[in-house]
Design a protein around this ligand. Structure first.
Ligand code: PEP
Ligand code: MG
Length: 539
């Protein structure tokens, strides 16, 4: 048995097979072949695999995002059989005697270019579909495809590090736990694992080598220990701990369905954070009183192109409907920094956390922002939605964002599309600037939610992605607490509510301080809800 020590960032016990996540980086070379018949057979076999995968995807996504939106995968499947797509590939293999990967790449590029140059918007958009289909085929042909939906056994997934866009693609039912060589406790990947209730350990270092792939492992997401080939004694110990955790969870059940109150009867709203539609299940199971942060950017990650207004609308609608009248605060796109999607073509930056991200992208590319706001407003007709802008640091930014929201409302009204015109608009306080001018911002926002993850990074100048400077990141730093107190006071002076949706909101050592400061809401990962309700009841 080998024991590796890392940092536990999401509690829980897991036992299973270790599988290394390898990035699909197919480099296509022009290889000449002699057996063209064999090569065409290879192409047909890959086409069949792609077709099966797309069928599966169409079915599972229909459940997640609705039949209409899952049609995309159906279109991709049909494209595989379309002679406009297939014939040039076959011809190239036969006439030029090149490998199938190269023929798919070149012919796909040509067809995609033809679509991209068409006048009709619908046809232009098909260019991205051609690219998608070609990428899938090449990945299958070259054996570089990361298809986590393949196989049946759930696994413990290992990597050097997981990017948010990679984690967004995981089939959650197939991942027992995440373990990484690097990573940061405050990263979105760690947040994502906690939201899903998947145990996770980061910082295991290079000893977590790909050679360990396929081994039986066990882990404790609290202590951060990963056991390779665990012996019976370890497994028994972990099983006992699993039972203890289960008993602790049972003990919390007495707080289910109860209001969140201090001993003196002060009410605190206890909301949950989510990153995707599927997280609502965890929210409902957690007994949260609403969703205080829907990280909508996860809808944009792990994709090849922008999600359309309809795709977004379906997702937001599903969430507000499933929450049955409880408030759902949808944060507008917070992409950039660690959350990257290639199709945004964001410039590479020296300091991406200080660069083109979040509201800055939305204000610079209003058409993208309008699409998202239209989708959110349309969903507002189906439940209790609210809009929240991230990374605001100036009153002017808030006004500009609100103007775009007003323009969207006018357009929807003119088109007779139903929406709730009184959908509240709030902002995140996650830059020191916004906390310092929270008196001014409170005049123009309907609520505040303090993003302590970024507020901490920007106030203390400690990169939240960089675990090596963790010792310089005192999350209880007086500067942070003063900024929070200042924000709460300014919000209340202006008569608006204020909450926390960063990780600090779940820190039991600060719960009493937050209640004393007067915070109206705490929004945390679903797994913390009942224990936080108990903690508040003790105050
Ligand atoms: C925060 O910054 O505290 C926050 C909640 O937003 P995110 O973690 O997504 O940056
Ligand atoms: Mg943030």
């Amino acid at each position: 048995m080998i024991t590796l020590q890392g940092k536990g960032v999401s509690t829980g016990i897991a036992v299973g097979r270790l599988t290394f996540f390898e990035r699909a980086t197919a480099v296509v070379e022009k290889k000449l072949i002699s057996d063209t018949v064999g090569e065409i057979q290879r192409l047909y076999a890959a086409k069949q695999t792609a077709s099966d995968q797309l069928d599966n995807l169409a079915n599972t996504m229909a459940e997640k995002i609705g039949k209409e939106n899952a049609l995309l995968f159906e279109i991709h499947r049909m494209m595989l059989d379309d002679s406009d797509y297939l014939d040039p590939i076959l011809k190239m293999i036969e006439e030029q005697r090149v490998c199938a990967e190269y023929a798919v790449l070149e012919c796909g590029k040509q067809l995609s270019k033809e679509f991209a140059e068409m006048d009709d918007v619908y046809m232009r958009e098909r260019a991205a579909d051609v690219d998608d289909v070609s990428k899938r085929l090449i990945a299958i042909l070259s054996g570089t495809q990361q298809d986590l939906s393949a196989g049946t056994e759930p696994v413990i997934l290992a990597s050097d590090d997981f990017s948010p866009s990679e984690t967004a693609q995981f089939d959650r039912s197939r991942v027992l736990a995440l373990v990484a060589q690097q990573g940061a406790a405050n990263s979105h990947t760690a947040i994502f694992a906690r939201t899903m209730g998947i145990p996770a350990i980061i910082g295991l270092g290079p000893s977590l080598a790909p050679g360990l792939g396929g081994k039986q492992v066990a882990l404790d997401g609290e202590t951060g220990v990963l056991y390779i080939d665990p012996d019976v004694k370890v497994l028994e110990g972990l099983e006992q701990k699993r039972q203890r955790l289960q008993e602790e969870r049972q003990a919390l059940e007495q707080f289910r369905g109860k209001p969140t109150l201090t001993k003196s009867g002060k009410k605190v709203k206890l909301y949950a954070n989510i990153g995707s539609v599927t997280d609502v299940e965890a929210v409902l199971a957690s007994d949260a009183e609403g969703i205080g942060l829907f990280r909508s950017e996860f809808l944009y990650l792990g994709r090849e192109d922008y999600p359309s207004e309809d795709i977004q609308y379906e997702s937001y609608r599903k969430v507000v409907e499933e929450m049955q009248g409880k408030q759902v605060i949808i944060r507008t796109l917070d992409i950039g920094a660690d959350k990257q999607a290639d199709y945004f073509h964001l410039p590479s930056e020296e300091n991406p956390a200080l660069g083109m991200r979040a509201i800055r992208i939305c204000l610079t590319r209003p058409e993208l922002f309008e699409t998202q706001l239209r989708a959110i407003y349309r969903a507002s007709a189906h439940g209790n939605a609210a809009i929240m802008f991230p990374m605001i640091s100036d009153v002017v930014e808030l006004r500009r964002a609100k103007r775009i929201a007003a323009y969207v409302r006018d357009a929807l009204k003119a088109e007779n599309i139903p929406f709730n015109p009184d959908t509240p608009i709030g902002i995140m306080i996650e830059t020191p600037a916004s906390a310092v001018i929270s008196d001014l911002l409170a005049q123009e926002a309907e609520f505040f939610s303090i993003g302590t993850n970024d507020l901490t990074q920007y106030t203390l100048a400690v990169d939240r992605q960089n675990e090596s400077i963790r010792e310089f990141c005192d999350t209880h730093h007086e500067a942070i607490l003063r900024l929070i107190r200042m924000t709460v006071e300014n919000a209340h002076k202006a008569g608006i509510w204020v909450g926390i949706c960063g990780m600090l909101g779940a820190d039991p050592e600060l719960t009493e301080t937050f209640v004393e400061m007067g915070l109206d809401e705490l929004s945390v990962e679903p797994s913390y809800i009942l224990s936080l309700r108990r903690r508040i009841a003790e105050i």
